[in-house]
Design a protein. Structure first.
Ligand SMILES: [Zn+2]
Length: 143
């Protein structure tokens, strides 16, 4: 690896799914929404076009989609690790979310992440979904 290569590689436990990004995340979001806290996921966010996802032959990526169905959570069918989320709707109208995806930084060598800020994000817990019917009962959003 060249000295100038700042890329970061994440891998599920069995190594079937790897996700490579060009640099450390600006921060890590330990999201406390109803699904992410159950996963124990710690997200780093990247433009989709900067992310390289590789799966070994015969590896199976499973998906979980809920709520507004804006994105899919993608995990390894073999070892169960949550690897990344990916938008499944056309580009978001929200500029902050446009063309963004998230990698689970818990699949990255923790030594590399020692000095990256961690935020415990509760904002998604109080963000109303488009349809209350699809909300988790523990969501705190006001409708
Ligand atoms: Zn795996």
């Amino acid at each position: 690896m060249a000295a100038t290569d700042t890329s970061i590689r994440s891998s599920c436990h069995c190594g079937a799914i790897t996700v490579t990004v060009p640099r450390l995340p600006k921060f890590i979001n330990v999201c406390q929404c109803t699904i992410c806290r159950r996963y124990g996921a710690a997200w780093g966010y990247y433009p989709q076009n900067e992310v390289k996802i590789e799966t070994k032959p015969n590896a199976v990526t499973k998906q979980y989609i809920w709520g507004d169905r804006d994105l899919s959570f993608n995990f390894c069918d073999n070892c169960g690790c949550v690897c990344y989320w990916w938008p499944i709707r056309p580009p978001s109208t929200d500029e902050r979310k446009k063309n963004i995806m998230g990698i689970n930084t818990n699949n990255v060598n923790p030594e590399l992440l020692r000095f990256v800020d961690r935020k415990f994000g509760y904002s998604l817990l109080i963000s109303p979904l488009r349809s209350k019917d699809t909300a988790h009962p523990e969501d705190l959003a006001k409708y």
